[in-house]
Design a protein around this ligand. Structure first.
Ligand SMILES: [Zn+2]
Length: 397
């Protein structure tokens, strides 16, 4: 994704706001249709059925009919894709859920050449064609990827519009060296490789974090609807956007590096979203260790782990294997002994049986590298000698 700052004229901005609202409405329509449906049951409404319902909704609501059909149909296609990802047994994604105003705000246009065009009008200015809005200017901060197939227009919480051109990253060719790497999501660092390398995802600096805390205090004190409040909110949004950009950049570079160096990449089959949600609890039933878990989970999310794994899957399709996470952190990578007591601290592993000691995350990563692959059907597969697997995979790839 390469993102550019979009500068719509006032009339164009109104059109963008409409598209955004319509995309959200259409998406939520699809969510509602699926809300009574569960995996295993037949006859969930398919895309075509949804299109018929969209046509009916447009006939009923003039405000929807006045909008762009391209935008609305694309929202349905996006939903269908999200549903397919949710049902994919190999790497299940989250179930698509309601889109709320003020969050998840955007719309997508595909079909370059047919539905949209992009052109450069001067050194620093480009224009992208948006249905019903015409040519909308954006800051040409770098070259638009010539192979971009679609774009997404979003409004961030600081009130700025962006356009992001999507290019599906080309798979990185396997090095063909037969090497397997295990990666563990760390707590102290973002990820540990079985080679011993520790990866750190950049976050905000101490100075930026201090500034963020100051702004948050200011926001809490400011009166609702005041200028002070909106200034603080924008400044907070800008800081958070900076952190996100850094994380994305890190995930891009790191995933490319790993995909170039190793033939097989093994990661734990972790569901980050369920982990983070379970820790929240409710006010009546706060759950155990909520505070500690919440801190840990923030770390997991901040580490960009999920993003790294997604990019690895994009760049090394068929070379990423997900391993069941059982005991990877309690098992000694030297002798195989499993003992909770060996995890001396969060950072240090010391085997109670053979005395092997090392970085706890690296120890887990070695176990993951040697681990058993979870098969596409969700079973745990058959353990095969580690040294044979890469060859098997190379032949099939
Ligand atoms: Zn041991």
């Amino acid at each position: 994704m390469s993102r550019y700052r979009l500068n719509p004229a006032p009339a164009q901005e109104a059109a963008l706001r409409d598209h955004r609202g319509h995309a959200r409405y259409t998406w939520n329509l699809a969510v509602e249709q699926h809300s009574h449906w569960h995996p295993g049951r037949v006859s969930a409404p398919g895309y075509l059925e949804q299109c018929r319902q969209l046509t009916a909704a447009r006939a009923e609501h003039p405000w929807l009919a006045a909008g762009s059909q391209t935008v609305q149909q694309q929202a349905l296609r996006d939903f269908t894709q999200a549903m397919a990802a949710f049902l994919d047994p190999a790497s299940p994604a989250r179930r698509p859920s309601w889109r709320k105003a003020g969050r998840h705000e955007g719309f997508r246009i595909v079909g370059r050449g047919r539905q949209w065009h992009v052109r450069r009008v001067s050194r620093h200015v480009g224009e992208v064609r948006v249905p019903k809005a015409g040519w909308v200017r954006f800051r040409w901060s770098r070259t638009v990827p010539p192979d971009a197939k679609s774009y997404r227009v979003t409004l961030d919480r600081a009130g700025r519009w962006h356009v992001a051109f999507a290019v599906i990253p080309a798979p990185v060719p396997a090095p063909g060296n037969g090497e397997v790497v295990g990666i563990d999501r760390g707590v102290a660092v973002s990820a540990a490789l079985s080679t011993g390398q520790l990866l750190r995802c950049p976050a905000l600096t101490a100075r930026e974090r201090a500034r963020l805390r100051r702004l948050q205090r200011k926001l809490a004190r400011a009166a609702r609807g005041s200028n002070r409040r909106s200034r603080a909110r924008h400044a907070i949004a800008r800081l958070k956007a900076r952190e996100t950009d850094r994380r994305k950049d890190w995930a891009e570079k790191t995933s490319t590096g790993i995909a170039r160096r190793f033939d097989v990449i093994r990661v734990e089959n972790l569901k980050i979203t369920t982990m983070t949600r379970s820790a929240k609890g409710t006010r009546e039933n706060p759950g155990r260790g909520v505070r500690a878990k919440a801190g840990l989970n923030r770390g997991i999310l901040a580490s960009g782990w999920g993003l790294l794994v997604r990019r690895l899957q994009d760049k090394a399709p068929d070379r990423v294997q997900k391993i069941k996470p059982h005991y990877t952190s309690q098992r000694c990578s030297a002798c195989g002994e499993v003992d909770r007591g060996s995890r001396e601290s969060q950072a240090v592993f010391r085997c109670t049986a053979c005395g092997f000691a090392g970085n706890a995350d690296v120890n887990a990563a070695v176990n993951i590298a040697a681990g058993r692959a979870v098969t596409a059907r969700g079973g745990d597969g058959v353990a095969r000698p580690v040294n044979r697997e890469p060859q098997l995979l190379l032949h099939s790839g």
